[in-house]
Design a protein around this ligand. Structure first.
Ligand SMILES: [Zn+2]
Length: 253
């Protein structure tokens, strides 16, 4: 129909982010969540010189349908897989908090752990699960990791009177995170071109061998094809082939 406005969803373009932070931190519930949620962006940023820290909240010891594996064996295997994936990605630091899989809660202890990691590694940008997704199921650990990280970024890591023992006792300083990026969001507001890094993301994902049966790849499609199909959908309408989308919050100066 000539002159009709396009539907709002077609009209609303996301901001294309090309800036690379000097330091970034990915906080995630289970081994493999980081590569799924942010692998393309992290690979791109590492290649551009960004120093990346991973904070893995649980040991992933419930993540299998394989009944012959004990939780302790699975946790060991998944820690090794996560280290291999992080090494491959060029991630500089890996912090493993070691909570049991399925047990994340909004406790002072967990909040303090995340605040300590932020104060120690001092990221400009933190990436995490969006805890406020309502369209579709979300693992409870993802929600809890997202909420606790959101609180840790603001105000707990920033203000010196929160967890003062980390400052007086551990010699850490308060730290203000500038940007918080959520993956798995309902409504993204930014997109990053991951055309040159998506193959690295896929290769890192395959380091999580114990999780390959659970990656929900439709028959006839490889994991790589599955990842590329959704990244190509995100990039539709932009002048690049593959995109990763996020909901970004920026701290006030
Ligand atoms: Zn997970």
């Amino acid at each position: 129909m000539p002159g009709a406005a396009p539907p709002e969803s077609m009209d609303r373009k996301l901001e294309i982010v090309t800036d690379v932070p000097d330091r970034a931190m990915v906080i995630f519930a289970h081994p493999d969540d980081a590569e799924i949620g942010s692998g393309g962006v992290v690979a791109r940023w590492v290649a551009a010189g960004c120093e990346v820290t991973y904070v893995l909240c649980t040991n992933g010891d419930a993540g299998t349908a394989e009944r012959s594996l004990t939780p302790a064996e699975l946790a060991r295997q998944r820690a090794a897989e996560q280290r291999a994936a992080a090494d491959f990605m060029g991630v500089r630091h890996v912090v493993m908090l070691g909570y049991p899989d399925g047990f994340l809660e909004e406790t002072r202890e967990f909040l303090g752990d995340v605040v300590r990691a932020i104060r120690r590694h001092r990221p400009h940008t933190v990436l995490v699960h969006d805890p406020y997704r309502t369209r579709g199921f979300q693992h409870r650990d993802h929600r809890k990791a997202g909420i606790v990280t959101t609180d840790a970024v603001y105000p707990f890591a920033r203000d010196h009177l929160h967890f003062p023992e980390q400052i007086a006792g551990d010699g850490l300083a308060p730290h203000k995170v500038r940007e918080l990026w959520y993956w798995g969001m309902d409504e993204p507001n930014v997109i990053v071109d991951v055309t040159d890094s998506i193959d690295r993301q896929i290769a890192a994902l395959t380091r999580h061998q114990s999780q390959m049966p659970g990656f929900n790849v439709p028959p006839g499609e490889t994991l790589g094809e599955r990842v590329k199909r959704s990244a190509a959908d995100h990039a539709a309408g932009y002048d690049f082939e593959y995109g990763a989308v996020f909901r970004r919050l920026i701290a006030r100066r």
